[in-house]
Write a protein that binds this ligand. Structure first.
Ligand code: ATP
Length: 436
C-alpha cells in the first residue's frame, strides 16, 4: 500500500485547485468533494473525450440526458428496491457501522476491537426523497443510483426518433447517488458521483457466442479507452471475471476492470451482459410494448444488452495517479495534452517590460479563443515552469526581446523540457496538432 502517494495527490489537488473537501468551512460532509477550477477542466475533458469516442465518432450510438429523479416504479421494476443493498454490521463497542465485506479478520477499523460486531443487516443504498410538499410514503422518490435505467425507460422513444437498427447503443453521462455505508479513499467512493454508461442493444442471441462477440468487442474498447484516451498504462489494470455465484441479479456475465490503486486493487469500471432482464421487466411493469420490430422480417422481440460502465470520478483519480511523477523533488503531472486543464501557459519573460507584456497578452487572448490557456508573469521563468508542470500544462510559451524582432516565441515541452522557437502566427496550429 502506498498511502504516501495518495496523500501527495490529495494535497496537490487541494493546493492547486483540482479538488477540495466539500462544505469545508462547515467541517466537510462525509467524504464529499468539490472539483475546483482545474479539476472541473480535467473532469470535463475526460467526459468530452468519452462522448467523442463513443457517441460522436460512431454511428451506432446516440446519447440522452434524462431526469435524475424518475418514477419510483422504475426502481421497483429494475430490482433496486428489493436488491440494491449491502450487508451492514455495527461494532458493539464504538457503534461505527461498516460494510460487512470490508471487515478484515473481524477487527473494527475504527476502534480495533476484535469480534464485536452485530449480525449482518441488509441496507438499501438508494437515497430517498419526497416529491411535493407532503412527506408521505406515497410521495417517496429516489435519487437514481445509476444512470443506466433511463436508457431502458427511454428505449422506445430513442428507437422511434433515431431510427437506429440493431445493434445500437444509448449513452449517458450523469450523476448517480448511493448511500454508501463506508465512503472513502478520496474520490474513489463517494455518495454522489458521476457515471458514463452505454446500453448496447442487439438481437436475441441464439447461442453464447452471439452475445460473447459483443462482450468481447466492449472488453477491448474499455481497455483501449484506458490506454489511448486516459493515457493510463495497462500494467496495473486487471480483469476480474465475476464468478457465477457472485453475479448481480440481472447479469449473466460481468468483468470488473480493476486497478492497483495506492490503497489496494479495486474496481475501476464494469462490463456486464444484462440479457433482456431490464427491458422485459419494464415492459411487464409499465404495460407498454418495448419490443423492437425488425424492419426486414417484421419480427418483434426484446433486444438483449451489454453494459459497459465507467465511473467519471474513478477515471479522474486513475488519471491523476498514473500521471503523477517527481523529478528533483518537483512534481510533474504527465497528463495527456488532450486531458490537461490548460493546454499552454503564456509568459512575458519579464513582468516590468510593457512591450513584452503587450505581445504576450495578445498571444494569450488570441489562443484563449480556442484553448484553455494560463497566464503567468510572477517570479522567474524556472518557477513558472515548475508551477505549470505541477498542474500538467503541456506547453509553456515565452515572449522575449527577440520575439519583438523575429515574431517567434520559445515553446517549452513539459515532458522533455526541450525548447523550440515557433512563429507566433503558427502557434494555434502547433497547439492544435499536439493536442489531437
Ligand atoms: P463497488 O463494487 O466499488 O461498490 P459497483 O460494482 O457497485 O462498485 P457499479 O454498480 O458497477 O459499481 O457502478 C459502475 C461504476 O460506477 C463503477 O465501476 C465505478 O467506476 C463507479 N462507482 C460506483 N460506485 C461508486 C461510488 N460510490 N463512488 C464513485 N464511483 C462509483
Amino acid at each position: 500500500m502506498d498511502n504516501n502517494l495518495m496523500d501527495k495527490i490529495v494535497a496537490l489537488c487541494k493546493r492547486r485547485g483540482f479538488i477540495f473537501p466539500g462544505s469545508e468551512i462547515y467541517g466537510g460532509l462525509s467524504n464529499s468533494w468539490d472539483y475546483g477550477s482545474l479539476g472541473v477542466e480535467l473532469k470535463n475533458n475526460i467526459k468530452q473525450a468519452w462522448w467523442k469516442r463513443f457517441v460522436q465518432n460512431r454511428d451506432d450510438i446516440v446519447g440522452i440526458d434524462a431526469a435524475l429523479i424518475m418514477n419510483p416504479k422504475v426502481w421497483e421494476a429494475s430490482g433496486h428496491v428489493a436488491n440494491f443493498q449491502d450487508p451492514l454490521v455495527e461494532c458493539k463497542k464504538c457503534h461505527s457501522r461498516f460494510r460487512a465485506d470490508n471487515i478484515k479478520d473481524g477487527i473494527c477499523p475504527n476502534c480495533g476491537e476484535k469480534d464485536s460486531f452485530t449480525g449482518e443487516q441488509m441496507f438499501n443504498l438508494m437515497f430517498k426523497t419526497f416529491i411535493g410538499p407532503t412527506e408521505e410514503s406515497s410521495n417517496t422518490a429516489y435519487f437514481r443510483p445509476e444512470t443506466a435505467q433511463a436508457m431502458f425507460v427511454d428505449f422506445k422513444n430513442v428507437l422511434d426518433t433515431s431510427r437506429k437498427r440493431l445493434p445500437f447503443g444509448i449513452a449517458q453521462v450523469g450523476k448517480a447517488f448511493r448511500n454508501e455505508i463506508t465512503p472513502g479513499n478520496f474520490i474513489f467512493r463517494t455518495r454522489e458521483f458521476e457515471q458514463m454508461e452505454i446500453e448496447y442493444f442487439f438481437p436475441t442471441p441464439q447461442n453464447d457466442s452471439d452475445w460473447n462477440r459483443y462482450f468481447e468487442l466492449w472488453r477491448k474498447e474499455m481497455l483501449s479507452w484506458i490506454k489511448d484516451d486516459l493515457g493510463v498504462g495497462l500494467e496495473k489494470v486487471y480483469e476480474h471475471e465475476i464468478e457465477a455465484s457472485e453475479l448481480a441479479h440481472y447479469s449473466k456475465r460481468t468483468i470488473d476492470f480493476e486497478y492497483d490503486f495506492p490503497f489496494g486493487r479495486s474496481e475501476l469500471y464494469g462490463l456486464a451482459y444484462r440479457t433482456d432482464f431490464d427491458l422485459r421487466n419494464h415492459e411487464k411493469s409499465s404495460g407498454q410494448n418495448l419490443k423492437y420490430r425488425d424492419p426486414d422480417t417484421n419480427e418483434e422481440f426484446i433486444p438483449h444488452v451489454i453494459e459497459p460502465t465507467w465511473g467519471v470520478d474513478r477515471s479522474v483519480l486513475v488519471t491523476l495517479i498514473d500521471a503523477y511523477s517527481e523529478k528533483d523533488g518537483k512534481v510533474i503531472l504527465k497528463l495527456k495534452p488532450k486531458l490537461a486543464p490548460y493546454k499552454a501557459a503564456v509568459f512575458p519573460l519579464l513582468a516590468n517590460k510593457p512591450e513584452l507584456i503587450k505581445v504576450a497578452r495578445k498571444i494569450y487572448l488570441d489562443l484563449k479563443q480556442d484553448f484553455m490557456i494560463a497566464w503567468d508573469d510572477r517570479g522567474n521563468i524556472g518557477k513558472r515552469y515548475a508551477s505549470q508542470d505541477e498542474i500538467g500544462t503541456p506547453f509553456c510559451i515565452t515572449v522575449d526581446f527577440q520575439s519583438l524582432e523575429d515574431k517567434m516565441v520559445t515553446v517549452r515541452d513539459r515532458d522533455s523540457a526541450k525548447q523550440e522557437r515557433i512563429k507566433i502566427s503558427e502557434l494555434r496550429e502547433y497547439l492544435g496538432d499536439k493536442i489531437k
